[in-house]
Structure formats: structure tokens, C-alpha cells
Write a protein that binds this ligand. Structure first.
Ligand SMILES: Cc1cc2nc3c(=O)[nH]c(=O)nc-3n(C[C@H](O)[C@H](O)[C@H](O)COP(=O)(O)O)c2cc1C
Length: 177
């Protein structure tokens, strides 16, 4: 199939075209959780990226103006809960704007009172190292202070749909730069 340039006449890329193209980059799914003045906050993300191994840094891109974005920057702490294959309903719950995402959900609290999702594939607790606005999102860099991993399979996300991630069975390939 030939490739098609989807830029408009003035070379502008509209948001839906951008979303659709980036949707071809398969990711996992995570929930960013935090607590501000005793109130838990959380939102589903797939913008999670590893930034640095030493020091251990990661980043998430959070919509400017979302409740959780404000809570993360004001509290200075957050957890990244990487969801397991069976946690699609958790991903949907934490993506519904305006709802109490924690209603009826059993969470545990880590040091500093940050809530974490039970049975997540992994969770990483972070302190906000820095944040800066980039377009309509806030890039939040977190320094990782503790990590917890569980056996299981991750939840995947591709082209706007949740998916399974199937390993090909060869030896792990670890890239160290
Ligand atoms: C699979 C998936 C990935 C998402 N990734 C992000 C993301 O990386 N950054 C973001 O700001 N919103 C993302 N969203 C949307 C937020 O989860 C959604 O806007 C949420 O309701 C915001 O929560 P709050 O405003 O109640 O804090 C994603 C949603 C889904 C379903």
C-alpha cells in the first residue's frame, strides 16, 4: 500500500490524525495515582516512557487541566501502576472524566500515602523531579524510589484498542547504552 502524507494544505496536522498515527505505536497501559490533602487521584496513561537508568527516571505526559495533573504537581509524589492483562476495567475506570475513580476500589497506600492499584503488573513510586508544559500536556519527570513487580502478563494498547502482548519466546534482549 502506498504511503500517504496526511498533512493539510498548510502542512498542519490535525489532532485526530496525530492521535491515529501515534496509536500505531503499541504501548502498555498504566494508571498514575497520587494523593493530595488526603484525597486520592488517578488517571489512565499510555504516555509512560523510561528516561534514565541511573538515576532512575521516567516520564508521563498529563493533560493540562486534568484533576490528576494538578494533584501530581502539587503533591510532588505519584505512583505509576502498570496494568496487567486482566485490568482493562481499571483502565476504563481511570479514564472516565469527572468521576470518583476510587469509589468502591480497594487500594493500598505506600509510603507518603500514595495509593497503589492492587494486583498491578508492577508499580513504581516516584518523586516529581521536574515538570514542564509542552503543548496541551505537562511532561512530568519522576525519580523512582521504589519498585514492586508481580508475575503475569501486561495489558497492551494499539490503535485505540486494548490488546494482549504475546512474547516471541527468544532469549531476552537487553539494550545497555
Ligand atoms: C488507554 C488510555 C491512555 C491514555 N493516556 C493518557 C495519557 O498518556 N495522558 C493523559 O493526559 N491522558 C490519557 N488518557 C486520558 C485520561 O485517562 C482521562 O482524560 C482521565 O479521565 C483524566 O482523569 P482526571 O481528569 O479525572 O484526572 C488515556 C486514556 C486511555 C483510555
Amino acid at each position: 500500500m502506498p504511503s500517504v502524507n496526511l498533512a493539510g494544505p498548510d502542512n498542519a496536522i490535525d489532532p485526530l490524525t496525530m492521535r491515529r498515527a501515534m496509536g500505531r505505536f503499541a504501548t502498555g497501559v498504566a494508571v498514575v495515582t497520587t494523593s493530595l490533602d488526603g484525597t486520592p487521584h488517578g488517571m489512565t496513561v499510555n504516555s509512560l516512557t523510561s528516561v534514565s537508568l541511573s538515576p532512575p527516571l521516567l516520564l508521563v505526559c498529563l493533560t493540562i487541566g486534568a484533576r490528576s495533573t494538578d494533584a501530581v504537581t502539587r503533591s510532588g509524589r505519584f505512583a505509576v501502576n502498570i496494568l496487567s492483562a486482566r485490568q482493562e476495567q481499571i483502565a476504563l475506570r481511570f479514564a472516565r472524566p469527572g468521576e470518583d475513580h476510587f469509589a468502591g476500589l480497594d487500594v493500598t497506600h505506600e509510603r507518603h500515602g500514595v495509593p497503589v492499584i492492587p494486583d498491578a503488573f508492577a508499580h513504581l513510586e516516584c518523586a516529581v523531579e521536574r515538570h514542564f508544559a509542552a503543548g496541551d500536556h505537562l511532561v512530568v519527570i519522576g525519580e523512582v524510589h521504589s519498585i514492586c513487580e508481580r508475575e503475569g502478563e501486561p495489558l497492551g494498547y494499539l490503535a485505540g484498542k486494548f490488546s494482549d502482548v504475546v512474547a516471541r519466546g527468544h532469549e531476552p534482549v537487553h539494550w545497555i547504552f
